[in-house]
Design a protein around this ligand. Structure first.
Ligand code: HEM
Length: 242
């Protein structure tokens, strides 16, 4: 390569559409064409609504990819790698939850205009959330397998915390992952209640109240049951001692 060519940082070298390598690599032309143009929007806030939903799908895609990889790492007893991947996934869910704040900026009367162009569109069909549910099941089985290989019960992971540090960190991150799903559900419910009230029926026929009930659902119930069991064990041991 000549000195002249080496200094030419402006000419794109990647294949694809776009005037620069930034636009070609990130495919910004396609990405930015995925939101309705101004003349097709029934309301100004449609851009806000689409941006939050599309960005959520991207974070959920990353989150579930990392959880799937973490489940595989657990299957190979690579706990350090699994911990690192799960920390990222948890952060993704935090971002998805934080983004809901933006929808609180939407006026409930104005939202009615957007609602009519959603057809039967419903979050139950969110590919991101569907995948979250499926990879969480994989994570749960991988963790059960790990406990079985290690010959310990979940409550022992807590009772012998320091001795089983990696297992303990993993159990806590799994708990955080499940907690994040539940916190998202709670926050989503409050956003829906602000936009539609609590007595309304959604675009796919689900009463808003049903969303409230889903908050109580746990994807990884064993982690929460273990806590209740620890309370019982602690009290029983104290009664015996006392
Ligand atoms: C103003 C904003 C929003 C409103 C009014 C709203 C409304 C609703 C309603 C009414 C349902 C029940 C299903 C039905 O439509 O009949 C639902 C479910 C759902 N929505 Fe939303 N939603 C909003 C924002 C979001 C965002 C940003 C996401 C992010 C991906 C999302 C994801 C979901 C999911 C995953 C469900 C299934 C419920 C669950 O599994 O807990 N929604 N939403």
């Amino acid at each position: 390569m000549t000195d002249e060519a080496r200094e030419d940082y402006q000419t794109p070298v990647l294949e694809g559409q776009g005037a620069s390598d930034y636009e070609r690599y990130l495919r910004t032309d396609e990405l930015l064409s995925l939101q309705k143009p101004a003349h097709e929007r029934v309301h100004h806030d449609e851009l806000l609504f689409q941006t939050v939903h599309q960005a959520s799908e991207l974070w959920l895609k990353l989150a579930s990819t990392e959880v799937q990889e973490a489940a595989a790492a657990i299957g190979h007893d690579q706990l350090g790698a699994a911990l690192r991947l799960l920390r990222r996934a948890v952060l993704c869910l935090r971002y998805v939850t934080d983004q809901l704040d933006m929808l609180g900026q939407m006026d409930p009367w104005e939202y009615q205009q957007i609602r009519v162009v959603l057809g039967h569109g419903s979050g139950f069909d969110s590919p991101g959330f569907r995948r979250v549910a499926s990879v969480t099941r994989q994570l749960s089985s991988a963790f059960d397998g790990l406990l079985a290989r290690s010959g310990v019960e979940l409550i022992d992971v807590y009772r012998r915390g320091r001795e089983l540090e990696d297992l303990h960190s993993l159990a806590e991150l799994l708990t955080e992952w499940d907690e994040r799903i539940w916190v998202w559900r709670f926050r989503h419910y409050s956003v829906v209640a602000r936009a539609l009230g609590e007595q309304t029926v959604g675009t796919q026929g689900t009463p808003v109240k049903v969303l409230g009930k889903l908050i109580a659902q746990r994807q990884l119930p064993k982690l929460w049951e273990a806590r209740a069991r620890l309370v019982e064990l602690f009290d029983a041991e104290r009664d015996r001692a006392g």
